[in-house]
Write a protein that binds this ligand. Structure first.
Ligand SMILES: C[S@@+](CC[C@H](N)C(=O)[O-])C[C@H]1O[C@@H](n2cnc3c(N)ncnc32)[C@H](O)[C@@H]1O
Length: 232
């Protein structure tokens, strides 16, 4: 399990962040158009408190959240308690307790555990996927200003290039999606910046964000499991 201090320590503020993220729905618009899951089985790996599960559940036949951190697992279970086509499993990306070829889409959002070295997680996703199914990793794009600039100033060792090269070498396509985060008030914006950045960077980011919204770009890495076995 990779620590996620933001959502582990401040799940309430992370809920505000999730509500503020991509308010125009650009990511889900792209995902739906490319990997339509209507009537299908979707797994959300590292689902946290389950924020995205109801969105998948609107049209999927079955949605399965996978989360190893117990307090978040419980929050996710509470969130979907009334949804008959959703369940949440105490498991991790590297060991998903589902059968081979039983899932159409594996989704992982802001999933730090999907980066260089995550071979076991990719192999496990490909095991549970049906032929033709897709693994989709949605993450923040550190190459885009301003949000990426703030990320990099807190993580001077971080390099986007090797991360993107890793996914490309594993056969993933890359699409970048521009989004807008919007907050109801400046205190919510300040609170979210405070859980994402060091004090100094958060103060700078707050001062440089004059209104209630900011532009944040995401990278979406996707790989399909081959639909047919290649034969000679
Ligand atoms: C930043 S949070 C994102 C949560 C959720 N995807 C969202 O967008 O609201 C990352 C999540 O990944 C979980 N996580 C960490 N290591 C994991 C692993 N090896 N397998 C699955 N989930 C993991 C954390 O517990 C945390 O809930």
């Amino acid at each position: 399990m990779i620590p996620s201090p933001n959502i582990w320590h401040w799940p309430d503020v992370y809920e505000v962040e999730n509500r503020a993220q991509d308010v125009d729905g650009a990511i889900f618009r792209y995902l739906r158009a490319t990997f339509d899951w209507t009537g299908n089985t979707v797994v959300d790996v590292g689902c946290g408190s389950g924020f995205h599960l109801p969105v998948f559940a609107e049209s999927a036949q079955t949605v399965i959240g996978v989360e190893p951190h117990t307090p978040l697992l419980n929050l996710a279970r509470q969130r979907v308690a009334d949804m008959r086509n959703v369940r949440v499993m105490d498991a991790s990306a590297e060991r998903i307790p589902l059968g081979d070829a039983s899932v159409d889409l594996v989704h992982a959002r802001t999933a730090y555990f999907f980066g260089p070295g995550c071979g076991p997680g990719i192999a496990e996703a490909l095991r549970v996927l049906r032929p033709g199914g897709a693994l989709v990793v949605v993450d923040l794009d550190a190459t885009a200003h301003p949000y990426g600039t703030w990320m990099c100033s807190d993580l001077p060792q971080y390099r986007s290039g090797p991360v993107e090269t890793f996914f490309a070498a594993q056969g993933f396509d890359l699409v970048r999606v521009e989004t807008r985060w919007a907050f109801s008030d400046r205190e919510s914006l300040r609170g979210v910046l405070n859980i994402e950045f060091t004090k100094r960077t958060a103060a700078r980011a707050f001062a440089r964000t004059p209104g209630l919204s900011l532009d944040v770009r995401y990278r979406i890495h996707a790989r399909r499991k081959p639909a047919v076995l290649e034969t000679l």
